[in-house]
Design a binder for this molecule. Structure first.
Ligand code: MTE
Ligand code: MO
Length: 229
């Protein structure tokens, strides 16, 4: 298990550099991991000794690994502007509450924008749309913001993206609870998008009238994270 975790990048990524990374990344994948120039690029910002899981994930965090106590942990659903109840009062779900909701399993390839891929990851959890429905989606609710328990990382989806049926809040990966460094107890999974949209240590979801720009997007990544085929 990885004991040290690093950021994906620590340097701001300009638009042109990002385009270069994507082009170089595609070339790198074609010639194999040892020749992948992205390994040099990632050396700009992060340690060259990138910790990884046995499955091929590189473990990223911008602010450590938050402690998880199953007895007190809660997922807060809040910020509904003029929510169904009229109050938009936040709800807080325990892990047991979450596991009492309808559960789904799905198998997806995981893509980091820097070029690495983990094939056939089995995620289990609750559809995000199930949670959004329980919050009540007001007509002013155009965006959904996701917060990490690390206190730093954040990202967002449009309501249309967020209600797509294969967007999950996952507590289980390949039949086991998420490892601490991979988001325990909960991470967002958006199979059609690059990994940076998938907030780890997810502990709060808010429906909003306006877009909150994500952590890496504030540093140059595209808000549109759909995987380019
Ligand atoms: N809280 C948090 N979530 C995060 C990140 C992060 O640094 N902090 N990195 C993102 C990026 S860029 C990727 S590719 C994936 C990596 O997931 P892994 O650490 O399980 O490999 O997590 C995403 N979610
Ligand atoms: Mo990533």
């Amino acid at each position: 298990m990885a004991s040290i975790a690093v950021q994906e990048r620590t340097q701001p990524v300009g638009r042109r550099l990002l385009v270069k990374m994507l082009v170089v990344g595609a070339a790198g994948l074609a010639v194999g991991p040892y020749l992948n120039p992205l390994n040099w690029l990632s050396g700009l910002g992060a340690s060259l000794d990138v910790p990884s899981s046995g499955l091929g994930f590189r473990i990223y965090t911008v602010n450590g690994i938050p402690k998880f106590d199953p007895a007190t942990w809660k997922l807060t659903l809040g910020g509904t502007p003029g929510g169904a109840s009229g109050s938009g009062a936040p709800q807080a779900l325990s892990l047991d509450d979450l596991k009492a909701l309808p559960q789904v399993d799905q198998t997806n390839d995981f893509h980091c924008v820097t070029g690495w891929v983990v094939k056939n990851v089995v995620w289990s959890g609750v559809r995000l749309s199930t949670l959004l429905d329980s919050m009540g989606i007001p007509s002013s609710g155009k965006w959904v913001t996701f917060y990490s328990g690390d206190g730093e990382y954040v990202d967002s989806l449009s309501m249309e993206q967020a209600t797509s049926p294969n967007v999950l809040v996952a507590h289980t990966m390949n039949g086991s609870p998420l490892p601490a460094e991979q988001g325990a107890p909960l991470r967002l999974v958006i199979p059609e998008m690059y990994g940076y949209k998938g907030v780890k240590w997810l502990n709060r979801i808010e429906i909003k009238p306006t877009l909150d720009i994500g952590y890496w997007e504030q540093r140059g990544y595209p808000v549109d994270a759909f995987i380019k085929k």
